[in-house]
Design a protein around this ligand. Structure first.
Ligand code: FAD
Length: 475
């Protein structure tokens, strides 16, 4: 029998632990290193999981409020912040502890510590008990990303939150300013709004969720305008200072000529959420042949191999989209390649979900990208106002939109806005991966009454044969 491959994975987020577990399943000797007590990474400890636990609570609060339209009135909710925080922490502990146990079952050697490259195949791991030098055949870097900040606005105040401290629910601020209209800011803003804060958002660009399809975003923007105190677009925070009981913020908007218009407002708390950056500092990459590009991401080929043949890199550290499921998939590809399989990271579509209410989800080509790249496309669209299921939920503020290749009618991209869009998009991803044509969606019997029918009905609209929308096909 050939000798076992000795592999190390640095970083135990959804990329790193997926890679480590597959490596163990494929018979390798695996060491998984992370600074945290258990595997989980940003996703489980301070990202996807805690934010979605809190968004579940936000949704419940919103629905109990809306129930008055349906003849059911609840009293004002009493929020026990300590208990809510405990529950969220328990969700995190359960999952990270669970992943830790799965690592043990697989005989993955999990080391809590910080790893630095001494050379291409040697790591120095700093643990609580001291430093240890370990040698490997192959190393996978999965060290993820860190919170981006604006140094001039780092005022060192407890009232200035980032995504991690916001998830710890320090208080329910009377007023909260969210800097950045990206998905993390809008998700966390929605949580605080549901808990009772007056939430304002300031975004430098001319729309929320830059990069997402405007047809989808328009529904979300409309609802958030009703729920939030204000949404300031084309505006940026230029100065902040801590004052008694709050943070005084100077906001400059593009209105009012070249200088812009500046307003001043005091908020109880401010959440800075302007994105995430790859973090390779302190990894000792200078002791290897690994190269980093101008944006700080590690260069890899489609087999996740860096410029150093013994080192692979996956997840947020190698580039957009910085999403957990992309990291896991890349992790598995890297390990398969190391195991000698013919494998490459070549997805047809990587889904993205914004877990606001309504949710926004998309996969494959977006209309903006099609325009930018001058790709011919046609659009099939179904408004949720015509969906029986959406009406039973009292939520017709949604749309299902499909981009189609005009000559082959192959599905190029799918975008969905509405409650549950994050679950529905999986069908779209499968359709794109399998090279489905729009007719396949039309001919697939979907269960009634469900929101999934909107995918089939969008296809029906395209062919001028929709049961619920009268729109004959123009020829
Ligand atoms: P990470 O999860 O970032 O893990 C990297 C790990 O490496 C960390 O545990 C870190 O401690 C460790 N590490 C770093 N350097 C070293 C070192 N030198 N030695 C040892 N260990 C080291 N994505 C989604 O897909 N869906 C969502 O709903 C979603 N929601 C999010 C919400 C929030 C608030 C945030 C912040 C992020 C969210 N994300 C979401 C993004 C998602 O968390 C990341 O894309 C994902 O965690 C990236 O996985 P990764 O494996 O690349 O690395």
């Amino acid at each position: 029998m050939s000798e076992k491959i000795n592999i190390a994975v640095i970083g135990a987020g959804p990329g790193g632990y997926a890679a480590a577990f597959l490596a163990a399943d494929l018979g390798m000797n695996v060491t998984l290193i992370d600074k945290d007590k258990n595997p989980g990474g940003v996703c489980l400890y301070r990202g996807c999981i805690p934010s979605k636990a809190l968004l579940h609570v936000a949704k419940l609060l919103d629905e109990t409020e809306e129930a008055k339209n349906w003849g059911i009135e609840f009293g004002k909710p009493k929020i026990d912040l300590d208990k809510l925080r405990d529950w969220k922490n328990k969700v995190v502990e359960k999952l990270t502890g669970g992943v830790g146990s799965v690592a043990k079952f697989r005989k993955v050697n999990f080391v809590q510590g910080t790893a630095t490259f001494k050379n291409s195949t040697t790591l120095v791991v700093e643990k609580s008990g001291g430093k240890e030098e370990l040698k490997f055949d192959k190393i996978v870097i999965a060290t993820g990303s860190r919170i981006a900040t604006i140094p001039s606005l780092n005022i060192g105040s407890k009232r200035l939150l980032n995504s991690t401290s916001a998830l710890d629910l320090p208080a329910i601020p009377k007023s909260l300013l969210v800097i950045g209209g990206g998905y993390i800011g809008l998700e966390l803003g929605s949580v605080y709004q549901a808990l009772g804060s007056k939430v304002s958002v300031v975004e430098m660009l001319d729309g929320l969720l830059p990069g997402a399809d405007r047809d989808l975003v328009s529904h979300l923007s409309k609802r958030l305008k009703e729920k939030f105190e204000s949404i300031m677009l084309n505006s940026k925070v230029v100065e902040m200072k801590e004052v008694k009981d709050g943070i005084q913020v100077k906001i400059q908007s593009a209105e009012g000529g070249n200088e812009g218009k500046t307003t001043e407002q005091t908020y109880d708390y401010v959440l800075m959420s302007i994105g995430r950056r790859p973090d390779t500092s302190g990894l000792g990459l200078e002791n290897t042949k690994v190269k980093v590009n101008g944006r700080g991401w590690i260069n890899v080929n489609n087999q996740m191999q860096t410029d150093d043949s013994d080192i692979y890199a996956i997840g947020d550290i190698v580039g957009e989209p910085m999403l957990a499921h992309k990291a896991s998939h890349e992790g598995r590809v890297a390990v398969e390649v190391i195991a000698g399989h013919k494998s490459a990271f070549e997805p047809m579509a990587i889904p993205a979900v914004v877990f606001t209410d309504p949710e926004i989800a998309w996969a494959g080509l977006t209309e903006n990208q099609a325009k930018e790249k001058k790709i011919d496309y046609e659009v099939a669209k179904f408004p949720w106002a015509a969906s029986g299921r959406a009406v039973t939920l009292d939520r017709n503020d949604g749309v299902t939109k499909i981009l189609v290749d005009p000559s082959s009618q192959r599905i190029l991209g799918i975008g969905i806005c509405g409650p549950g869009a994050g679950e529905l998009i999986a069908e779209g991803v499968l359709a794109i991966e399998m090279g489905a044509n729009l007719i396949d969606l039309k001919l697939t019997i979907h269960p009634h009454p469900t929101l999934s029918e909107t995918l089939m009905e969008a296809a029906e609209v395209f062919f001028g044969q929709s049961t619920h929308v009268y729109r004959p096909k123009k020829n």
